[in-house]
Write a protein that binds this ligand. Structure first.
Ligand code: SAH
Length: 226
């Protein structure tokens, strides 16, 4: 299935809100670290329900916020959650962003970047639209070191790029970014049941679940355009 078809289906089933709830545990920490200033133009790549853009309007007084998503149904859902005229949700593709060169201050992306059909092209495209000094906060739960994520492509049924921490840094640099920081944000909020409740439908052991959420968490790579 194509990314668009897959996520149109998710949106129609209301799963955009479920993702928001789960991803918010770590996404909010990444968002709080972004150097967004009042009036800045911000992109959210693969916005899903669009929560990140709304949060940056509320907390950082971002000026104009654009959520981009390949799925028209996701964009429709996202639009229905706000009447803020400075938040727009557009159907688009990471590799072809509908913006002028040097026109965007900062970009955020949560659990979306690895779906890019050409991730290197997506990074170059982002480097094109970001202003010098602009940042890309790229957050992913699917990455090489997180061994508990390796089977996800079989579950989702679309192609996903699994890079290591080092491969993220190298790809950012090849696309022209400086890597300002890279670290993992643990999920301290997801409830981990007591040992006697394992195995569960999703987890063989409690240790595996603890490792996935509390140790590995979300990989955040922060790129800055020179
Ligand atoms: N950021 C949201 C949604 C994550 S799901 C959250 O944290 O909950 C990933 C989203 O990225 C989906 O809505 C999917 O349609 C979108 N997406 C995947 N590949 C894309 C691409 N190449 N271009 C644009 N959007 C894409």
């Amino acid at each position: 299935m194509s990314v668009r078809e897959e996520f149109d289906q998710w949106a129609n089933e209301g799963r955009d809100r479920g993702m928001e709830e789960r991803h918010w545990h770590t996404a909010k920490h990444a968002l709080a670290r972004m150097p967004v200033r009042a009036g800045d133009t911000v992109l959210d790549l693969g916005c899903g329900s669009g929560y990140a853009g709304r949060a940056l309007r509320d907390t950082a007084d971002a000026g104009r916020v654009y959520g981009i998503d390949a799925s028209p149904e996701m964009a429709t859902n996202a639009r229905s959650y706000t009447d803020d005229p400075d938040v727009a949700y557009l159907v688009g593709d990471f590799e072809h962003l509908p913006f002028e060169d040097d026109s965007v201050d900062h970009c955020f992306s949560m659990e979306a970047f690895y779906y890019a059909s050409d991730p290197d092209a997506a990074l170059s495209e982002l480097a094109r639209v970001l202003r010098p000094g602009g940042t890309f906060y790229c957050a992913v739960n699917f990455y090489e070191e997180n061994v508990h994520s390796h089977h996800w492509p079989d579950l989702v049924g679309v192609e996903m790029t699994r890079w290591s921490e080092r491969e993220y840094r190298e790809a950012f640099r090849s696309a022209g970014f400086h890597v300002a920081e890279q670290d993992r944000i643990p999920d301290r909020e997801i409830e981990i049941p007591p040992a006697e409740e394992f195995p569960t439908e999703d987890w063989e052991s409690r240790d595996a679940m603890v490792e996935r959420y509390r140790t590995y968490g979300t990989l955040l790579t922060i790129g800055v355009v020179p």
